[in-house]
Structure formats: C-alpha cells, structure tokens
Design a protein around this ligand. Structure first.
Ligand code: ZN
Length: 307
C-alpha cells in the first residue's frame, strides 16, 4: 500500500514536470510571422499577442510598389512559420518570391483576401487591377483580420482561442477608430473636403469619409509625374479654392511642392501613405509607429490644414 502511494506520487510529479516543460518550450518558441508593410505587421502583432514574433520587411519611408526583395529578405521569409502580405499587387516586385515560397509549402497569405471584391475599387489608371490602398478605410482594413486569425491558427492550432479573442478585441478597437474618423471628417464642410496629394493612396479614404481625392501620380508610384498632369492639377486647385495640399512620407515630394508653388497654396503637412512611422515615433501627439496612431495623425493633419 505504501509503495503504491509512492509510485502514484512519483507519477504525478513526473506528469507535472512534463506540463511545465511544455509550457517553457511554448514561452520560448514563438511563432515566427514575416510581414511586408507596417499596417499588416501591426494587425498581426495585435492578433498574435505574446505567442507570435513579427518580422517586418518594409520599414518607415519604404515604398512597397517599388520594393525589390534582397537575398536577405528571401532568407528571412524562408525562416518564417507563416507569411502575411497585403496583396492586390501592392508589393508588386515580391509576387514571384511569394509564389515560389507558397509552391514550396510555406503558408503565405495576402491579408486582403478576406475583403469581398464587391467592396474594392478599380480606378482607370490601374488598368484592370484593384486599388491596393485599403488601410485608410478603417472598416475595410478591419476585414483583413479574419485572414490573420485563420493563418495563425493554421500554423499554431493550440493558439486558436487566443487569436480569436485577440482578433475580436482588435475589431472592437477598429470599429471605434472608424467612428472617430467619421466624426472628425464631419468637422469639415463638404465643399472643403478635397485632398490633393502625390499619389492616389486615398481613394478608399475618400469614399469612406466623404473626401474628393486627387493624386498626381496615379495609383502606383512607379510612373513619374507628367507635366500635363501638373498643369491641370494647378488649375483644379485654383478653381476649387483648395487651401492646402499634402506631401507623403514614402513618395518624393518634389512634384507636389512645385504644384503648391505654381498654385500659390501651402503644403498642409506630411501624410503617411504606404508606410507608417518609426516604432514609438510621436508626430502631432500621435504614435505614428502604429496603425491607429497613423490614421489619427493623417486625418487630424488634413482637417486642420483644410479648415
Ligand atoms: Zn501606394
């Protein structure tokens, strides 16, 4: 009887040791998620929480349309457990690499795949392709969250409940942010809601929050601004009595500065378009190294300059 009790005690202790060992391994080995732009990385961090380490390839000021992967990037991507990118040809020069990794069996997800096509814009300038700049309509960007939950749960099934809970919390925060955007935009009379910038990164923003959006370079930054576009943009600004126009952090400001000079208007500020700020960077009182801070900073800058 005594001996049997001892065996039971030892068995329980051994079992406890095994559980502790598993927990330690879990705490140390996070799921490695590789991402492209900051707006994707931020959402993956929020859904992944403590279980996921996020590696972001494209930092502040980087233009994803022009970004060409280095051999170092290929190595980083192949080390990842799962890859999330924005898609809709935003990261145009990385397409071949993503396809290659997917063929080799790597889980690769364009986060925009869970956004219904009926909600996407197809501007003429983009010649039959969808506009990829979804993040400035917060309600649209929120629809990428299900892809992130799905992707993380597939590579880490035991974290599924955590990812679903974190995802639900994130969606609630994004719904509040979207509400704030609508209220803040409504501070400007409709006639003043005209946004002139370097490239058409704000079409979804315009549709969501009631702005007429005019860009100088079209949807992608690949093409240089043409002179004829500049002249007609100057006329438009004068006709509409636009008070300010904007430069972007990830696009060369030379052309838009010339337009401002020719039209006799001020530069209303530097907006984030295809890249966020440095981690922890404060601009206008907002943490522009986060998706939420960037959205709040942009809209506040626009509304203050056009008032
Ligand atoms: Zn762009």
């Amino acid at each position: 009887m005594k001996r049997r009790k001892w065996i039971n005690t030892m068995a329980a202790a051994f079992a406890a040791l095994c559980v502790a060992g598993t927990a330690t391994a879990f705490a140390q080995e996070k799921i490695k998620a590789a991402t492209t732009i900051g707006m994707v990385a931020d959402l993956v961090k929020q859904v992944g929480g403590d279980r996921v380490a996020v590696d972001q390839l494209m930092g502040p000021g980087v233009d994803p349309h022009l970004y060409k992967p280095t051999s170092g990037d290929a190595a980083r991507l192949s080390k990842a457990d799962v890859i999330f990118y924005s898609g809709l040809m935003l990261e145009g020069r990385m397409g071949d690499l993503f396809a290659k990794l997917a063929r080799a069996g790597k889980p690769v997800y364009p986060t925009t795949e869970s956004v219904p096509e009926s909600q996407l814009l197809e501007p003429e300038e983009f010649e039959g392709h969808y506009d990829p700049h979804l993040w400035f309509d917060v309600s649209l960007w929120a629809q990428t969250v299900p892809t992130i939950i799905k992707g993380l749960s597939e590579v880490d099934p035991s974290g599924k409940d955590t990812y679903e809970k974190n995802g639900a919390d994130l969606l609630a925060r994004l719904a509040k942010l979207d509400e704030w955007c609508k209220e803040t935009a409504a501070q400007l009379p409709e006639a003043k809601r005209i946004l002139v910038t370097s490239h058409d990164a704000y079409n979804y923003f315009g549709r969501a929050y009631g702005f007429k959006v005019v860009g100088l370079q079209g949807v992608s930054t690949v093409s240089e601004a043409a002179l004829a576009d500049m002249a007609s943009l100057v006329d438009f600004i004068k006709d509409q009595k636009v008070k300010a126009i904007f430069v972007e952090t990830s696009v060369n400001p030379a052309a838009i500065k010339r337009v401002a000079e020719d039209a006799g208007v001020k530069i209303g500020g530097e907006l984030f378009s295809d890249a966020m700020g440095e981690p922890g960077e404060k601009k206008g009182g907002f943490d522009v190294g986060t998706y939420e801070g960037m959205v709040r900073y942009n809209l506040t800058t626009i509304v203050n300059a056009l008032k």
